[in-house]
Design a protein around this ligand. Structure first.
Ligand code: GCV
Length: 738
């Protein structure tokens, strides 16, 4: 007896101290505490009718039951025929009622869309969650669960939802040794060593989380690929993951190292026009599809940062991509060919580049500005890619900076489907000690007008294929997922994974609405909590821009690991790996002149865009130093001199972080202690990092401006040499091809 009381006490105290550790993401269903709402939902939902014949429909039914039973605190019976207030799930194949409903309208749901509707069947009230295909039903179920999680009415439903983009893919930069390049949430979730025998519950939870936000593909391996993943020993491991993900509608993709025919195939060349090489890849694809019949295809990084590629054989990106395209085409696979290129091979020419001074080959691709590289290499190839190739373009011209103008390639290659590449992991945005909600950044790019086909030719319309009538479309997000208990290191990193999925499905969703639903699903529906947290999220990315890279500064992070400031770095291996290359501070001013009398990168944009950013006096201050070298004492359109504005922005970034801290700290009663403490401690680190950024950058830039800090400015407590002496040799997230 005493023993059992003791056990009970231990268990009870465990329950008391155990908070939420973030593992459940936005799917930690909670009992509904509002009596009125509970009553309404209970009246409206009596049971589920689902003739689940497939694994996907079974998952849909189970998920719905799980969610409803927890939230509504009652048993949800399975019903054979629709009775009053039943939820009817299925496809035309699984249900005649659904067949009739879907045939009755011109719904165009496609393979993934769904409808959720209050519908009378023989005078009986039902809620129908229907789709043409099973996966659409699963998406519909998650959307319905979201309605209840966010306390929406369900009495007058008529929701039709169809994804705007076809391939919605996570890119894992995960290495075979489980390190993650630019990963800040532990090691890789793929345990290659124990696969295929051991199926970690995380694989299933990963698939479930992705399906809940509509992600339908995953590239398992780093773009700085190791070709071993294409060997039979690894392909059976890949198959094990593909089998787990399939019922959740997720296809598996791999990165293909261009030199694989040499490394694992015993050939002497990887020339894309060589018959042996062509045959090797065709056989490799046949082998992969015999193991994984719905394999998605390849993601390729070629001729970039030392990776091999077709240019090594005097061939073009199109030659390389098309070789893969031909090998994948019979099986329905696609090639995602990256446009993030700056080949080390042409480094020498670039460093000594003046227009017209180099040979015919490098003439087309080398440039005096890294900004221009992707465009220079890819624009001339427009129209040369096979039908199953997508060219995957980073959102901006350089490399995932806290703020970049949209890449000039968007809108410049109408004959080629361009795929967006966003970075969800925060390589350049403070990594996992920083709260930065990225939906506003993703939206800023998607909503940008390229003017390629007149006003309204937004980047979103370029990538969804509507502008240029492409039949395939895609969007990729470099994942921020690792094996940390809460998946993303920083709890608010989950919001970025979530926002990527939601925007990939529907880029019209406002960043604020996505934050709202994420907070409700992850924490609670209490407005006193939601409103301040939403304000924190919506201010967070701009705060990072301000205390790291205001006014259009970029790439001034310390080199290699990119953790912390390093605007003074000038000794990296290539000119364009150095922050000094990007900010160009001197005694006159700061910023990169990309106008006609500078590198003229602006000429890569449509005339309307050139006009928008080309005039130093009219250019939005957010992009000013991206395009202009501005004198320190020049009055800019915010009304201050450039130097004062720089000081003001850096300072306001720090102030915003302090405000975020205070706001969060005051919410300790509204959220469990574990998650509150987690965020509180990280915000403490973020404040220190923001001060570090502000002080070190301003002290450094002051050596050029020679101007005083404005009155009232919080004086740096250390000198520049202290900041320059800081080293972080073991900062996380480095390493490729492992
Ligand atoms: C995977 C940047 C990153 C690299 C990354 C590369 C890329 O340069 O720092 O870690 O490599 O982009 O996107 O290929």
């Amino acid at each position: 007896m005493r023993k059992s009381i003791f056990t009970f006490l231990i268990l009870f105290s465990c329950i008391l101290v155990k908070g939420e550790d973030g593992y459940k993401l936005w799917l930690g269903y909670q009992k509904l505490n509002e009596p009125v709402l509970l009553k309404q939902y209970n009246q409206a939902i009596s049971g589920i009718v689902a003739k689940a014949q497939s694994a996907t429909l079974k998952i849909a039914e189970d998920e719905l039951r799980l969610a409803l039973e927890i939230m509504l605190q009652k048993k949800i019976p399975g019903l054979n025929i629709p009775s009053n207030n039943a939820i009817l799930l299925g496809t035309p194949e699984s249900s005649n009622e659904i067949k009739k409903l879907l045939l009755s309208g011109d719904l165009k749901l496609g393979n993934e869309g769904f409808i959720i509707k209050n519908h009378k069947i023989n005078n009986i009230n039902t809620i129908i969650i229907a789709a043409n295909k099973d996966i659409g039903v699963l998406y519909g179920v998650f959307a319905f669960i979201q309605l209840i999680q966010t306390h929406q009415p369900i009495s007058n439903l008529s929701i039709i939802s169809i994804p705007k983009i076809k391939n919605r893919v996570l890119n894992h930069w995960d290495n075979l040794n489980r390190s993650v390049e630019r990963g800040y949430a532990g090691i890789s979730i793929w345990n290659w060593h124990t696969l295929p025998g051991y199926i970690d519950q995380r694989y299933i939870d990963y698939a479930r989380a992705n399906a809940s936000i509509g992600i339908n593909g995953t590239v398992l391996t780093n773009v700085n690929a190791n070709s071993q993943v294409l060997t039979p020993a690894y392909l059976i491991k890949v198959k094990a993951l593909a089998d787990v993900f399939r019922p959740y509608g997720i296809k598996v993709y791999l990165t293909a190292k261009f030199s694989a025919p040499i490394e694992i195939g015993g050939l002497k060349t990887a020339d894309p026009l060589n018959n042996d090489v062509i045959r090797w890849w065709k056989n490799k694809c046949r082998e992969i599809y015999s193991i994984i019949p719905d394999f998605g295809g390849f993601l390729v990084k070629a001729n970039s940062e030392g990776q091999p590629g077709p240019q090594g054989y005097g061939k073009t990106h199109a030659d390389g991509a098309n070789m893969f395209a031909d090998a994948l085409q019979p099986f329905g696979g696609i090639v995602m060919w990256r446009a993030f290129v700056y080949d080390v091979r042409v480094q020498k020419e670039e460093e000594h580049f003046t227009e017209g001074s180099v040979g015919a080959h490098t003439q087309t691709i080398a440039s005096n500005d890294r900004f221009k590289r992707a465009y220079n290499e890819f624009k001339p190839l427009d129209g040369q890619f096979k039908k199953n190739v997508l060219v995957q373009v980073k959102n901006g011209p350089i490399d995932f900076q806290p703020r970049e103008p949209f890449s000039p390639l968007f809108g410049a290659m109408p004959k080629t489907p361009l795929m967006m590449e966003f970075q969800i992991t925060q390589e350049y945005l403070g990594q996992s000690t920083t709260l930065a909600y990225l939906a506003p950044m993703f939206k800023e790019c998607l909503d940008s007008d390229t003017y390629s086909n007149g006003k309204g030719s937004t980047v979103a319309k370029v990538i969804d294929g509507t502008l240029d009538e492409h039949t395939i479309s895609g969007i990729a997000g470099v994942a921020n997922i690792g094996n940390d208990r809460n998946w993303t290191g920083h709890l608010f990193g989950q919001a970025n994974w979530y926002a990527f999925g939601r925007l990939a499905w529907n880029y019209d969703l406002p960043a604020e609405a996505i934050a709202d639903e994420w907070i409700r699903r992850t924490f609670n529906n209490n407005n006193d909590f939601i409103n301040p947290v939403k304000k924190i999220m919506l201010a967070s990315r701009e705060a990072v821009v301000n205390y790291m890279t205001p006014l259009g500064l970029n790439h001034i992070m310390a080199t290699s690991h990119h953790y912390g400031p390093g605007p003074w770095v000038s000794n990296a291996g290539r000119a364009d790996w150095n922050p000094v290359y990007y900010h160009k501070a001197d005694s006159v001013g700061i910023g990169f002149n990309r106008t006609e009398n500078g590198s003229n990168a602006l000429a890569q944009y449509a005339p309307e865009v050139q006009q928008q950013w080309g005039n130093i006096n009219a250019c939005d201050y957010k992009y000013l130093l991206w395009f202009h070298h501005v004198p320190w004492n020049q009055k800019i359109n915010t009304g201050r001199t450039l130097w004062d504005e720089l000081c003001y922005r850096y300072n306001s970034g720090v102030d915003t972080v302090r405000w975020m801290q205070h706001t969060w700290n005051a919410l300790d009663k509204q959220v469990d202690r574990e998650r509150h403490q987690h965020v509180k401690m990280l915000l403490g680190i973020q404040e220190q990092e923001a001060i570090w950024w502000r002080n070190s950058c301003l002290l450094y830039f002051q050596t050029f401006s020679q101007m005083p800090f404005p009155p009232g400015f919080e004086k740096p407590d250390k000198d520049l040499s202290y900041y320059q002496s800081l080293k972080f040799p073991f900062a996380p997230g480095i390493g490729g091809n492992l």
